[in-house]
Design a protein. Sequence first.
Length: 319
Amino acid sequence: MTLSPDLPAHVQFQNCFESFAKALRPEPERFHDLLKIVDEVIQPLRRSYWPGCAPIFRGDHLVVGAFGKGTALASDLEVDLVYLLPAADKYRFQNTGNPQSRLISEMRDQLVLNLSSGYVRSGLDRITVVCGDADIVIRPGFEHADGGYELADSSNGGNWVFTNPLAEQASIRVLDRLSHGKLSEIILLLKSWRNVSDAPIAGFAIELLAREFVSSWSESFTPARKTGRMLAEFFAWSRHQTPGDFQAPGNDKRIHIGDAWHAWAEAAYWRAVLAERHMENAAIDMACLEWRDVLGPAFPTIGAGDFSLNDISPAAVAI
């Protein structure tokens, strides 16, 4: 993006946010490479649980989490997926005390024995395959009759946890479209803030809060909506909404979000206020530096500093 001296300062300032947010997203080639790794990892499971299916069969797994919702950062190295098993496998271990633990162990063993590369470890509710710099996190599950999936969790004697990742993905994508891309932009910027500041708030909590915030935004959305102002209002609004319980899309379950991260959000809010004061005084360079402290050292500056909008690349914003 080339800056023009004829552009108003507020337009150039908004361009900083849009350019930075764009660079936070994974490159399409990176996402394609991760999907290739996923395909390689699940081949042993496919041969074991879906014999006779073609190697390119896609009905046995679903990419979920940040990559599934389009809210992953370029620096994210963890790909979450639900691996769907035939319904009969849910009952094979029914009388074994903890069927979820037995199922997870069996899948882990299949991967350990048949993967040509990668380190495999299992937890209470997942199997993680470490492939180079990427972690493929597999949650065993079954389709639920009412939609969604039941995932194995071996804690507390074993249980099935209901989740609806397709509803989560749809809720993000629909609202993102209605908000001219502001929802995904805000989520990416907030995750960058979380990583830079070490604020103790989970990515899923950021997504839930951002979805609630954007859906309650009273003004019209346009591509030129000031991102800095929206972030400042989010840092204030979110502290008034938490601690509290929030509805997960497509699920009766409510997610509790605490307040341990409030001090970090308050600090970010006051930097955003300072940035707005700098803009009122036509000091766009100082406003950019305030936001650089909030969002990361690769946030572009105009008029001072060592980054221009032409300098931004995914490598520069890796956090």
